[in-house]
Design a protein around this ligand. Structure first.
Ligand code: NAD
Length: 508
């Protein structure tokens, strides 16, 4: 049904899973099947890279780095600008492939490609703004500067739910910083990675810089673990579950490598007594059920003032019942499938635990009687302290918890292990400011009168605590992809020492 689309994107029935300047032929390699979660049917297959193929990809990334780092940053920006143009040309096709492979609805699939394009635009501007400082020296006729150099080949490990945008957050910034990139995508979305690699590799090659972007699709053992211990990759940027992040931090830390960790969230929205409820309901429903609850920024907890509690539950239940669930490529559908059977089982198990711990399912939670991994988003009446509420179940479950005092709402919001994103709906300026203050939300992202998801690329994205502390995309996140050098230049004829230290030696 989508054969033409795959062909246009260069995806064959069976594809090699490793690429540097060219695709590596992988005769006899083990194959990975990419499944459409809405139908349960295979889309295409990928031959998995082994250890030797991985080494070949990284060797090329090291070699390409030697040239790429010497290209002026605005020239690197020009290559990224061309990549942005190529992505614009393929936006609809690539967006649909993301929809087919991950189950996110069409406008979200295309939105993800738009996010890649936005990252290209951002990175092009950045390529002329990799500013360092001039620092006042305490010594006469001395000048101090701080400058930023390319870091090296960067390892990028991505999660299934943003199979292209997360790569772009990292790769486009890393590229203008002068780094080359080795990408290990999720085994649940390998075709999106193949299609992106084809577009980007072609463009970089046409610009005279083949090998800047490498791809390696392989097992955790053969490729993932090898990346973590590989000293040729000074930085590993890993996006995924907290469990994965704890492991990555430990293994990369053992070799004193750098990490950017973008891990799980357990995000909350507070609905205060003065909230505009129409806005709150719309904001919460998108945050809780968009992408079928499979965003790191999905709202999983709703902390509602007790005076509004029943009214909010009623209105949400009504909104939930009106959601159209179905094939994510069809217009009008708002909720597609979960990624696989295990995700459906994890959701059912979480709902059983919620009930055993004193919660009540208000609506939803059932699996749909049709092929594919479809579920009804669930709304659960919960109370503070239920253990399951502290977990990130990667599915559309929203726990609604009442509160009485503002301080209590903030305490509930902050009492989970993760610290990615948070929001408050309020018309009370003092409450809003307190939520954003040092004694308010402890998350990397804090919003007022919008939901927890749908971040823009201009701001640094990431979270605290078990979310890993990493920051990607906008603001000054680029600094993580470069090495900082402090330089002191003496243009005088004396060698004075800092801090007034005297060390007089005869020089003749
Ligand atoms: P996951 O942890 O199962 O996998 C993520 C990636 O890590 C995959 O590419 C996987 O192959 C790789 N991986 C797993 N073990 C590894 C190892 N030992 N060595 C090297 N690589 C390894 O996560 P997922 O199910 O793909 O994605 C969902 C999770 O990702 C959720 O927890 C979600 O919140 C999180 N996420 C976070 C962000 C963010 O920016 N904070 C964005 C998207 C998703």
């Amino acid at each position: 049904m989508f054969d033409d689309l795959l062909k246009r994107l260069g995806v064959e029935p069976v594809n090699p899973g490793a690429c540097h300047e060219r695709w590596i032929d992988l005769p006899g390699a083990e194959e990975l099947e990419s499944i459409n979660p809405a139908t349960g049917r295979p889309l295409a297959r990928v031959k998995l890279a082994g250890r030797a193929d991985y080494d070949e990809v990284v060797d090329h990334a090291v070699a390409a780095f030697a040239t790429w780092r010497t290209a002026p940053a605005p020239r690197r920006g020009e290559v990224v600008r061309r990549i942005g143009q190529a992505l614009r040309e393929h936006k609809a096709d690539l967006g649909l492939l993301i929809t087919l492979e991950t189950g996110k609805i069409r406008s979200e699939g295309e939105g993800e490609v738009q996010e890649m394009i936005d990252m290209c635009d951002f990175a092009v501007g950045l390529s002329r703004q990799l500013y360092g400082l001039t620092i006042a020296s305490e010594r006469p006729r001395h000048r101090m500067i701080e400058q930023w150099h390319p870091l090296g080949p960067i390892g990028v490990i991505t999660a299934f739910n943003f199979p292209a945008a997360v790569w772009a957050w990292n790769a486009m910034v890393a590229a203008v910083c002068g780094d080359t990139v080795v990408w290990k995508p999720s085994p649940l979305a390998p075709l999106t990675a193949l299609a992106v690699q084809r577009i980007v590799g072609r463009t970089a090659e046409a610009e005279g810089f083949p090998g800047v972007f490498g791809l390696c699709i392989g097992s955790t053992e053969e490729v993932g673990e090898r990346m973590l211990t590989d000293a040729r990759l000074p930085l590993i940027s890993a996006t995924g579950s907290c469990r994965m992040g704890y492991h990555v931090a430990e293994v990369v830390g053992r070799r004193l490598g750098r990490t950017i960790l973008e891990l799980g969230g357990n995000n909350a929205v507070i609905v205060a007594p003065s909230a505009d409820l129409d806005m709150a309901i719309r904001g919460v429903v998108f945050a809780a059920v968009g992408t079928a609850g499979q965003r790191c920024t999905t709202a999983r907890r709703l902390i509602v003032h007790e005076s509004l509690h029943e009214q909010v539950i009623d209105r949400l239940a009504k909104a939930y019942k009106s959601l159209s669930i179905g094939d994510p490529w069809q217009g009008g559908v708002l909720v597609g499938p979960l990624i696989h059977e295990q995700a459906v089982e994890a959701m059912q198990s979480a709902l059983r635990q919620a009930e055993a711990q004193g919660g009540t399912v208000v609506c939803g939670g059932k699996r749909l009687d049709r092929p594919g991994c479809f579920v009804e988003p669930a709304l659960v009446r919960a109370v503070r302290g239920m253990p399951i509420v502290g977990e990130e179940t990667f599915a559309p479950i929203l726990y609604v918890i009442p509160y009485r005092e503002f301080e209590q709402a903030v305490a509930i919001q902050n009492e989970v292990e993760q610290g990615l994103t948070s929001a408050i709906f309020t018309r009370d300026l003092v409450e809003a400011e307190r939520f954003l203050s040092a004694e308010g939300s402890d998350c990397g992202i804090a919003n007022v009168n919008i939901g927890t998801s749908g971040a823009e690329i201009g701001g640094a994205f990431g979270g605290e605590k078990a979310t890993g502390g990493g920051r990607e995309a906008g603001s000054d996140s680029w600094k993580a992809y470069m090495r900082r050098q402090t330089c002191t230049i003496n243009y005088g004829d004396q060698i004075p020492l800092a801090q007034g230290v005297r060390f007089d030696v005869e020089s003749s």
